[in-house]
Design a protein around this ligand. Structure first.
Ligand SMILES: [Fe+2]
Length: 310
């Protein structure tokens, strides 16, 4: 397992580092649930433009309302910790199955066009990452996308959030601890700290790597992979020197998609005596190939069990 939060270089998928890169990607998914990817194929200029325009939209449109909000008044009054609100201002855009970017109030043409451009790239990257998960877990290509599809295809949307400077960060959390409900999440952020994920009982600061996109996995991937991949609790700490931007794109199941574990990732079902017949010849080998063997009900199950082999 990696010591620090994994940074996966997707360029390694082309050529002779592919096997090693897939193994590191699987470790990141199974043992971390959050990691960063570089050489992800989304142009730096597009990422930087998306972030700049998000800042501008927040400052021009959302900031005035936030400053007048109850939560700001409560924090400024300083009458104790606020546990049921977040120090966050955001807007949400749906991309798939249909875009509603034109419904964002007072959206500039430049931000609208940039969102249209970014969503295409984000969808490509999300689907590519889901297929890497499929490849690592021996699921057919496109399995997860299909599982997410419902009647009209997967859902994808982006939360454009800003965590403004907070005068009393000990009184409120930027975003309270939660796991993400959906599939895979792609996050653009800047270098202001605050995002933390839980790892082995400790909070780990997500320190952005220049040019990287941050990735985490949601509850539905945990279900589909029968727990091989986990969704990890995370939070955002409010900062006195704040202004952190977070552009989180959720590639999720459609609301009518029926979600369940992939059958090939489930433990097999068998009679114990059948298992013991396989165990008799494989007691001193790893158990995983034995479990796999039980899925195909090997021919020796038809024969008698000659003595116990506990
Ligand atoms: Fe989240």
């Amino acid at each position: 397992m990696e010591k620090g939060m994994p940074v996966i270089d997707l360029a390694g998928l082309d050529g002779k580092r592919r096997k090693e890169t897939l193994a590191r990607f699987q470790d990141a998914c199974e043992n971390w649930g959050f990691f960063q990817v570089v050489n992800h194929g989304v142009a730096t200029e597009l990422v930087e433009r998306t972030k700049r325009l998000t800042h501008e939209y927040h400052d021009a449109v959302l900031k005035p309302a936030f400053q007048q909000s109850e939560v700001v008044k409560k924090v400024e009054a300083g009458e104790g910790r606020i546990g049921d609100k977040d120090w966050e201002t955001c807007f949400f855009v749906q991309h798939l199955p249909a875009s509603n970017a034109d419904k964002v109030p007072n959206i500039s043409t430049e931000l609208f066009e940039t969102i249209k451009e970014y969503e295409q790239e984000a969808a490509k990257l999300a689907e590519r990452l889901l297929d890497l998960i499929c490849e690592n877990l021996a699921l057919e290509e496109g399995y997860i996308k299909k599982a997410f599809a419902g009647a009209s295809g997967p859902f994808m949307g982006t939360k454009f959030a800003k965590y403004p400077s907070c005068p009393k960060p000990d009184l409120i959390t930027g975003l309270r601890t939660h796991t993400d409900a959906g599939g895979i999440i792609l996050v653009l952020q800047d270098d202001v700290p605050g995002l933390q994920f839980l790892k082995g009982g400790d909070w780990v600061d997500v320190v952005p790597v220049p040019g990287a996109i941050f990735i985490n996995t949601g509850d539905q991937l945990e279900v589909i992979t029968n727990g091989r991949i986990k969704s990890i609790p995370h939070r955002v700490i409010a900062q006195e020197e704040g202004g952190r931007i977070s552009i989180a794109t959720f590639y999720n199941p459609a609301s009518d998609a029926v979600i369940g574990p992939a059958p090939s990732l489930l433990y097999p079902v068998f009679k114990f005596e059948e298992y013991m017949k396989v165990y008799a010849g494989t007691k001193f080998a790893d158990k995983e190939p034995r479990f796999e063997a039980m899925k195909t009900r090997p021919a020796e199950l038809d024969g008698p069990l000659n003595g116990l082999v506990y």
